[in-house]
Design a protein around this ligand. Structure first.
Ligand SMILES: *Cc1c(COP(=O)(O)O)cnc(C)c1O
Length: 490
């Protein structure tokens, strides 16, 4: 018997177009109001975790639904009053950007169409837009635009894809077939500086090589990899029968924005036939500037690059990007074709599907928010905004250097590190302690938000500018806030 209920569309999760219009307008208005009010708000409400937990009072799953309009009123009030706003003009924590308004609206369209960008046949325009986005990203940073690539959730995932492609390409056949049980697997080594992001630790552990397969190379005082030691270590390992397969260079380190000497790493990779990977999650987009740190221009020689559009392209999280010079190598690594997968042709023409280029199967339309950002502002718009970020970091460095109670430590790309140093007490131990307390107060107070780094045993404050909403006034106020907090703690 036909279900009575299914004669008309009355599914509880559906909305009539009229209802959608009405609620949609109200939600968009609330979002615009939030954006407008950001400068007057605190960066975070600073409530303790137990308080936040209490806000979600329902313990059990709701048995019955709630009217959607009422629900949006409730949820916007909950989120807009208790969140940490990465879009606040005074948010400079970690490397998390302000997200673009065009990205927010694009997400709504992507979610509405909901193409499955695993297969071309299920996402015709979306698949082509993702390909175009990858080409544009490559072109923007001076990389060959016939490279392979795929959008993933973020920098870690992008680096994993590159790691796996490097291993697949450089390890011998025994490894490909026998995996970690092969003799060869114990000999595979990867090289990276001690400043490398934690993704490498995870990759080595999770993909079966083990963390002992990482040769951590020391950095010089500028926190860049020591290439002399790198070369020595590789030589020695080769002599001892190991199989080095990959060197990781960092194009903008997560701690201080330092750019490794990529041209020298490239030379070493050529000499020893190693895969040259660049973790450019944060810094690679700066390669589109005419006055970037010049080593960054050697990105173009990399076998693979990991980048984060959700950092310097200001796309809403999540958006990472993999670029691999030789597209076929990316495909060799991720393409498996069971007989029931028939996605190679559409209307008699050959097509490429993204499930062949990465780990995921069903995939969302991540490309739209990135594509729209690039179309809205163009390469020149991004050059301007990235320059502005770098310039604000330099201004902060200058202002801190001029202040008798602040000590500057470093400035690279758009990351500046510094600390509070009272005029009367300068023991290192005390300075670490007072700066730790200062940062906690700053973060919880919500007037501004920066994070920290450890540099040569010093606990330092670290401001990372990936924020198109910040102005020089915000930076000047940060200096005042920090000095005020420092004085009161001292
Ligand atoms: C941010 C960052 C990562 C990690 O990226 P996620 O997007 O957080 O996964 C890796 N490496 C560097 C250099 C980064 O700056």
């Amino acid at each position: 018997m036909e279900s009575e209920r299914k004669i008309e569309q009355t599914a509880p999760i559906n909305m009539s177009p009229e209802e959608f219009r009405e609620i949609g307008r109200s939600v968009v208005n609330k979002i615009a109001d939030l954006m407008e009010s950001l400068p007057e708000r605190k960066v975070t409400s600073g409530e303790p975790p137990s308080k936040i937990k209490e806000l979600l009072k329902e313990i059990s799953v709701p048995e019955n639904g709630t009217n959607a309009k009422q629900l949006f009123d409730e949820v916007t009030s909950l989120l807009f009053n208790h969140s940490l706003f990465t879009g606040h003009p005074k948010y400079w924590g970690y490397i998390t950007s302000s997200s673009s308004p065009i990205g927010a609206l694009s997400e709504m369209i992507a979610a509405t169409l909901n193409p499955n960008v695993a297969a071309w046949a299920l996402s015709p325009v979306a698949s082509e837009m993702e390909k175009q986005t990858i080409q544009w990203i490559a072109e923007m940073i001076g990389y060959p635009n016939d490279c392979g690539g795929i959008l993933v959730s973020g920098g870690n995932m992008a680096n994993y894809h590159c790691y796996l492609t490097a291993r697949q390409t450089k390890a011998d056949l025994n490894f490909t077939n026998e995996g970690v049980a092969s003799n060869n697997s114990k000999k595979l080594l990867v090289y990276a500086s001690t400043e490398t992001h934690l993704w490498l630790h995870k990759a080595a552990a999770l993909f079966g090589n083990g963390t002992d397969s990482i040769r951590w190379i020391e950095v010089d005082s500028d926190l860049k990899i020591n290439t002399k030691e790198l070369k020595e270590q590789i030589k020695q390992d080769v002599e001892n029968g190991f199989k080095p397969f990959m060197v990781v260079g960092t194009g903008g380190s997560v701690g201080t924005g330092a750019v490794d000497p990529l041209p020298e790493i490239y030379k070493i990779c050529q000499e020893f036939d190693l895969w040259f990977h660049v973790d450019g999650a944060y810094g690679a987009f700066a390669a589109m500037l005419h006055d970037a740190p010049k080593d960054l221009y050697s990105l173009k020689h990399a076998d693979s690059i990991a980048l984060d559009p959700h950092k310097w392209l200001y796309a809403p999280i999540e958006a990472g990007c993999v670029l691999v010079r030789d597209k076929q190598l990316l495909k060799n690594t991720f393409s498996f074709h069971p007989s029931y997968y028939k996605f190679d042709e559409v209307a008699g023409e050959k097509v490429e599907s993204f499930f062949d280029f990465g780990m995921q199967n069903s995939r969302g339309f991540r490309a739209l928010k990135v594509w729209m950002g690039i179309k809205q502002v163009g390469k020149s718009g991004y050059q301007q905004m990235i320059s502005d970020d770098i310039n604000l970091a330099k201004q902060l460095y200058r202002l801190a250097a001029e202040h008798s109670e602040l000590e500057v430590i470093s400035t690279n790309l758009s990351i500046t590190t510094f600390r509070y140093v009272p005029n009367d007490n300068k023991s290192e131990e005390y300075l670490n302690e007072i700066n730790t307390k200062l940062l906690t107060q700053l973060q919880e107070g919500g007037e501004a938000f920066v994070s920290n780094a450890f540099i040569n045993g010093k606990y330092v404050l670290r401001a990372c500018f990936v924020n198109f909403r910040s102005t020089i006034k915000d930076v000047k106020e940060l200096v005042e806030i920090i000095v005020r907090l420092g004085r009161s703690l001292n």
